[in-house]
Design a protein around this ligand. Structure first.
Ligand SMILES: Cc1ncc(COP(=O)(O)O)c(C=O)c1O
Length: 398
């Protein structure tokens, strides 16, 4: 069957090959003393807290399951607006908030609304692999700019200015980032957006991990930038990570006021609305009891980071910048791979899987600059699992 060029441009998700192999091996070792530990997974080990689960059951029992408005339940948009004010000090009118089927649909809507065929979007290398494909599905071209640990693996204004040309439409950033868990310093973000805005470009910023921020200096939303800057940025967010609702498929997009009706038109046609049950449930995320639980979980994620990253460094899996958010560590595996007698992160990941029953994600999907040098560890597993992972790393690398 002939497939579209659009579909052909979407690269394979190599990580799935590792995940498939890890899944197959996990079955074989499930009942041994060393069952597989999955540190390759980018989702919290927590599920939606009780009030959220109850709200979902109630919505189903009461038949509150019809389509909602394309922009989402007004009450949910109000609550998100309130959360921006109380948690981030950002003034975000509910009319700028569009409820979507996860950050994924939010990214898709933003790209479809703003990118013309041939437009270039600048993004850091390494970054979340699907971003390249949202851009290419909208017939744009992603331009990956290699970043360094000194830059916290993020774009700088200097690099954005240097890469900007007649075809550039804007930047797509993520702060904190997947795979590095590092954020853009607020001053740098402001400076990048000032430049992009002055060129009539767009700043798309994926803030899906912002709720899971561990350091005061970095935990600020781009929507809180002063004046026109905060009003003109486009921010993507989700209930998947901080709110522990990955499979519920719910997220949102904050757009400048003038863009809201355009996004509404596209969303009406392409999606009708996001899941009504998930939206009804998500209202309960903002109850004081749920927010208190999310904050306890954030503290647990921070404690895992504080334990695991120093251990990786001690074992020679150097993490060049301490993550300030999310639940990832992007570790240089060059020395560790040599100690296992393999070279490159792909073979290292398979060696760890086979010899230590530890699944990790090699750098290949995240960019082209140094994929063989890095592996991504996820610290979204329990402390006990992380301790066992360290013991196994120690025994194979030791
Ligand atoms: C940086 C980033 N953006 C977006 C997504 C997609 O999230 P969602 O589940 O909200 O579609 C992910 C998922 O891992 C992610 O890491």
């Amino acid at each position: 069957m002939k497939i579209s060029q659009r579909a052909a441009r979407i690269e394979p998700f190599y990580v799935m090959e590792v995940a498939k192999a890890a899944g197959a091996l996990a079955q074989q070792v499930a009942h041994t003393a060393s069952p597989m530990i999955f540190l390759n997974i980018g989702e919290p080990d927590f599920t939606a807290p009780p009030l959220v689960q109850q709200a979902a059951s109630r919505a189903i029992a009461q038949g509150k399951t019809q389509y909602t408005q394309a922009m989402g339940l007004p009450a949910l948009r109000d609550r998100i607006s309130g959360w921006y004010a109380s948690r981030f000090g950002a003034d975000v009118a509910p009319g700028r908030i569009v409820i979507t089927a996860g950050a994924s649909a939010a990214l898709q809507l933003a790209c479809l609304a703003l990118i013309e065929s041939g437009d270039e979007i600048l993004m850091p290398d390494p970054s979340y692999p699907c971003n390249r494909h949202f851009v290419s599905a909208a017939e744009g071209t992603s331009v990956l700019i290699p970043t360094t640990a000194d830059e916290r693996f993020q774009l700088t204004r200097e690099k954005v200015e240097a890469a900007w040309n007649d075809k550039t439409r804007g930047v797509l950033l993520a702060s904190p980032s997947n795979p590095t868990g590092t954020s853009i310093a607020p001053e740098e973000l402001q400076s990048i957006h000032e430049f992009v805005h002055s060129r009539g470009g767009i700043t798309l910023i994926d803030e899906i991990y912002l709720g899971l921020s561990y350091e005061e200096h970095f935990g600020h939303s781009a929507l809180a930038l002063p004046g026109e800057l905060g009003q003109s940025v486009i921010s993507i967010n989700s209930f998947s990570k901080y709110f522990n609702m990955t499979g519920w498929r719910l997220g949102w997009l904050v757009v400048p006021e003038a863009l809201a009706p355009v996004i509404e038109r596209i969303a009406q046609n392409l999606f009708i609305c996001a899941s009504t049950v998930a939206q009804q449930a998500a209202l309960a995320c903002f109850e004081p009891e749920s927010l208190a639980e999310y904050e306890r979980r954030r503290a647990a994620f921070k404690a895992r980071r504080d334990y695991f990253i120093p251990e990786l460094n001690r074992l020679g899996l150097r993490v060049p910048v301490m993550p300030d958010g999310a639940f990832y560590a992007y570790a240089d595996c060059t020395d560790a791979a040599a100690r296992l007698g393999v070279s490159g992160s792909w073979d290292f990941a398979f060696a760890l899987m086979e010899r230590a029953h530890l699944a990790v994600t090699p750098g290949r999907d995240f960019g082209h600059a140094a994929p063989e040098q890095f592996v991504r560890f996820s610290t979204a597993s329990s402390m006990d699992q992380l301790k066992e992972a360290v013991a196994r790393l120690e025994s194979v690398l030791g």
